[in-house]
Design a binder for this molecule. Structure first.
Ligand code: FCB
Length: 449
């Protein structure tokens, strides 16, 4: 009996206080199209009018409420804010700049600096000017130069004091959604091979912008935010499920990231795609790694049937049916550091669709423990950005997926803090969190491979 008690004490996970260093980035993340409203010159606006029941419309009317929304950030006590610029508003027609939009962003960014909130600025968060889409988007040979010009303009004239920049948000989702599933612009459903050329286009645009920006200011920190998921085999006895889970992990999670280090894009999906190409100017074009982490998928794979692959999820789930799995964030942080030991890591998105705020507080706590624990074990995580400030236009889900720390009412545009906003604020004010540590990473990695 005594021995059992002793062993329980030894092996039970005892809560610990995980402290963030004083310069840790406490952050919330947003995207312009989802919040600002009236992004009428963008490809997404056009797509919404043609195909969706609900359009982004005036979204959260953030465009007209930057003072009010900066106040919300101050109330949370965050010291960083990840936001995006809308290229379609800055350059609504090719080569023609909109000075009102430029002044608007200058004002918003000045406001953040004034309140000691550091902006982390995304240049491309899923949307592009409609003129660029009409020219072929990332398949157009002039796209890298156009993107680099826009990026250079932004660092010179819009946010010269911002040091952390994201060129692209979630390239795999952006291109997979547009050219494989064909559910978002440019709506070109096709075989998995269709993603190769636009992905190469994005890599080229990223590299062109990276070099142009560094040429202007070598001290900038530039990176990409990657959507990272845990892919696990559905049946642990099935070699097919294992093979596919591993292939998805390599292609979806790591292929683009690897390319930013090596210059070589390698995609391998069993029975569907094998590709390798080298673009030298892409080598070593990231100064940090941005991780957007939400969930885990269980992969069931039958290579010889028509419906080859089925994705499953487990409880507990969000309103969108995404499994809540904080251990996955902990594992991915460790794995990323093992693969890229030279690079700092930022958690650039992590959040939950939870309309009634029943699970968000616990979600926040466990994912912040995962982040700070990994940090305490040597992973150089420098920021945690919660997705998102307030409910907004959640792309294909319209307004019904509610990810906000603040509830947003679309008819009155009022913002109301949810109880979880207070929980996040208290964590920030305490500079850390008490929580049960996660299982050490080496053991768990085997589990999700
Ligand atoms: C991410 C997107 C972000 C938001 C969240 C829920 O994939 O980057 O804009 O839609 O998912």
């Amino acid at each position: 009996m005594y021995l059992v008690f002793l062993l329980t004490l030894l092996y039970a996970k005892v809560p610990e206080f995980f402290r963030a260093p004083p310069d840790f980035g406490w952050c919330v993340a947003t995207a312009a199209h989802q919040n600002e409203g009236n992004n009428t010159k963008s490809d997404w606006w056009d797509f919404e009018q043609k195909t969706m029941k609900q359009s982004s419309g005036k979204a959260c009317d953030h465009w007209n409420r930057i003072e009010e929304d900066t106040k919300l950030l101050q109330d949370l006590h965050v010291n960083q804010y990840r936001m995006s610029l809308e290229w379609a508003k800055i350059e609504p027609e090719e080569g023609k700049l909109d000075h009102e939009a430029i002044e608007h962003y200058q004002k918003e960014i000045a406001l953040l600096h004034e309140k000691h909130i550091e902006p982390i600025i995304t240049l491309h968060h899923f949307t592009m000017p409609q003129w660029l889409r009409q020219k072929g988007g990332w398949l157009w040979a002039g796209a890298p130069e156009a993107f680099a010009n826009y990026a250079s303009f932004a660092i010179k004239h819009i946010a010269p004091h911002a040091t952390t920049w994201v060129t692209f948000n979630e390239p795999m989702i952006h291109i997979g959604g547009g050219y494989f599933w064909g559910i978002v612009p440019p709506n070109q459903k096709g075989s998995i091979k269709n993603v190769v050329l636009p992905l190469l286009g994005v890599l080229q645009a990223h590299a062109a912008a990276y070099h142009a920006m560094k040429h202007i200011n070598p001290h900038l920190r530039i990176g990409v935010t990657h959507h990272m998921r845990v892919f696990a085999p559905y049946a642990s006895w099935s070699p097919f499920d294992h093979i596919m889970a591993r292939a998805l992990d390599r292609s979806f999670n790591w292929a683009f990231l690897d390319a930013l280090e090596t210059g070589s894009l390698k995609l391998h999906v069993p029975f569907a795609l094998r590709h390798q190409s080298l673009i030298r100017q892409v080598q070593k074009t990231q100064d940090f790694i941005g991780i957007n982490y939400y969930t885990r998928d269980f992969i069931q794979f039958h290579p010889f049937t028509k419906n080859k692959m089925i994705l499953h999820t487990r409880e507990p789930k969000s309103n969108l049916g995404w499994e809540i799995y904080p251990q996955g964030l902990y594992n991915i942080l460790h794995e990323t550091h093992e693969r890229y030991p030279r690079l700092p890591i930022l958690v650039t998105e992590n959040g939950i669709a939870d309309q009634h705020d029943e699970k968000r507080s616990e979600f926040l706590k466990t994912h912040i423990v995962a982040t700070l624990q990994a940090r305490s074990e040597g992973v150089p995580v420098q920021s945690y950005c919660h997705w998102t400030l307030m409910d907004n236009f959640e792309w294909l889900e319209g307004f019904h997926a509610r990810f906000g720390l603040y509830a947003h009412d679309e008819t009155t545009n009022t913002r109301t803090p949810r109880p979880s906003a207070k929980v996040y604020r208290n964590i920030i004010l305490k500079g850390g969190i008490l929580g049960k540590p996660f299982t050490s990473h080496a053991h768990k990695l085997r589990h999700h491979q």
